[in-house]
Design a protein around this ligand. Sequence first.
Ligand code: BG6
Length: 489
Amino acid sequence: MKSSSAGTPTSIVIFGASGDLTERKLIPALYTLHRTGRLPGPLNVVGISRTTFSHEAFRDHLCEFATEVLEEDCNNDTWNDFAQHVYYHVGNSKEAGDYAKLDEFLQSLEKGPANRLYYLSVAPSLYMPIVKNLGKQDMAREKDGCWRNIVVEKPFGHDLESAQELNDVIHHVFDEHQIYRIDHYLGKETAQNILFFRFANTIWEPVWNRNYVDHVQITVLEEVAVGHRAGYYDHAGVLRDMFQNHLLQLLALVAMEPPASFNADALRNEKVKVLSAIRPIQPKDTVRARYEGYLQEPGVAQDSMTATYGALKLFVDNWRWQGVPFYLRSGKATNTRSSEVVIQFKSPPHMMFNQLTNDGSFKPNTLSLCIQPDEGIHLQFEAKVPGSHQETRSVDMDFHYLESFGTGSLPDAYVRLLLDALNGDAALFTRSDEIEMAWRLIEPVLDAWEQDNTPRLAIYPRGTLGPIEADEFLSRDGRGWHAGCEDHA
Ligand code: BG6
């Protein structure tokens, strides 16, 4: 079933209505879509949770959050217009008996055939019970020309086996075309732009390969620590939380072959192909660390060995990338918030200038794709220092989203992803084989880290760039980490 036909009601059913994600992301995104006239109508948004709320109290509660998140007072006519379509339903998502009541309530709002988007914004342990109960109550079957889609949040499984089991359970009830597995990094404009940058221009592709690229770095560093999320994070750690999904997705966008067309299947086929070409990652090619004070975070087990920082090197064994290392790193409680991809090109084959930079080194060209903050793209190249005989200095060609497209040009990822799920466009969602492929790559590293305690867990002070082991890791290859985006802010 493709997109909503005009006039057919659509219900968005959010399981986990009183959770953080609903309040901070989903409702502000839906309100933004309503304000800009992009939601299909007539629309009902129904939140489900066990907490008792009246419709009115739920709307007021959401308004407070939306005001805070969107930094504008939502208590206005547009909000009121949106809020009158928002409802609250008390229900226990584990109780099969509650689904008949939910279906009845939805039908009372829909008053006839309607499309439905089920959104699982709940603890992962509830994904299977909810899907099974939707199946039992026949709430997943597409009928009367109306669609039924389901959005599943991350984490999608805890390892390969649990991800496969979850896929199996969901496939019993929903067809793959109805399933939207979220990775919010794909909803970021700057991540999508990697594809446009590569494939809507002619000048990059000829050099985007082993002949010209020395190596690639993908970094997602965060200033935030684990905070109140230890209940989840202490069992997940950085590999499950960031690498299995966000970092591998960025890598796939950077390394994939051009799809023949910009549609969900073509795009996801190419992503699966490139993920399948990654050579098994060796534990010796990884760094594992946690920040000082992690054990004192509320909810963290005293004997926890969870890593909050990881770095690894991998190779894509195909014609384009043979021998080119990809270095990935991510960590919490660092001194910066920065997500970026840096392509470092090879040095020129012959250097005819004998006086190089004033610090004596000669910098190869780098291209920095800045995902966030200060979203943009920078190409660094060498220029002759005016007045000098042969001295060069690195200079920069710059593109900043805000300068080119203005403030407000970068909506929150959930705005785009919710709209796509409503329109039946799964291009920015991960397919079952893609998720399983990513687990296949990460799982041996998880096993080495968690079962064999290899490599040993390093410690880094909060508010730094991570452990010195990560610097040594790159310097062993004669390379160093770039702060590609910060250098050009
Ligand atoms: C989430 C992780 O998926 O992504 C968080 O669970 C992390 O731990 C977050 O902080 C990072 O997202 P962003 O958009 O802030 O880079």
